[in-house]
Design a protein around this ligand. Sequence first.
Ligand code: MG
Ligand code: ZN
Length: 198
Amino acid sequence: MGKHNVNNFSDIEYIFLDRDGVLNRSLPSDRFITRWEEFELLPGVAGAIARLNRFGRKVIVVTNQRCVALGLCSETDLLALHERLQKELALQGAALDAIYYCPHDIGQCNCRKPLPGLFEQAFCDFPGANARNSVMVGDSLRDIEAGARLGMRTIFIDNAHNGGSRSPDADRAVAVASVVARSLPDCVQRYFPLEATD
Ligand SMILES: [Mg+2]
Ligand SMILES: [Zn+2]
């Protein structure tokens, strides 16, 4: 990837999003979110996704959910939570094109970010997607590292700006990421100023 286009996202067609801390509010001290009652969609997120949908961008979630391996919820619970999320988004005119999750514990697989497995699954399901036309948006260093290792551009959501809990590796993530945004809506507004072509 040439450095020349690192801050330009006009050619991005696939937008990979982390879940917790990007779509919904993270719980204090990184407690796991296993029930819909704990899932709080962040302000403006549905609108931002709807905007990307409207302009033909694919929106794909990639999320580490070690809570399954730890026995805090079942894979069925996780799927039900994601179904509920899609329903909530649909009410606001938004849709996620796919959700990929890693249910494994640390060191057990090739799909727990920053490893590339979830992205490889997505590149397989979306043959038009590749590292050059995709961006990774996340609020932790491992999101940014995952994208960067694959050669994707990356956008770090720095939750310090909106009163959320800031990841301890945030300074490193800021240094590695292509650019930084305050939230997903801020990210879409700044870097995806999409305009109707008709
Ligand atoms: Mg996160
Ligand atoms: Zn995994």
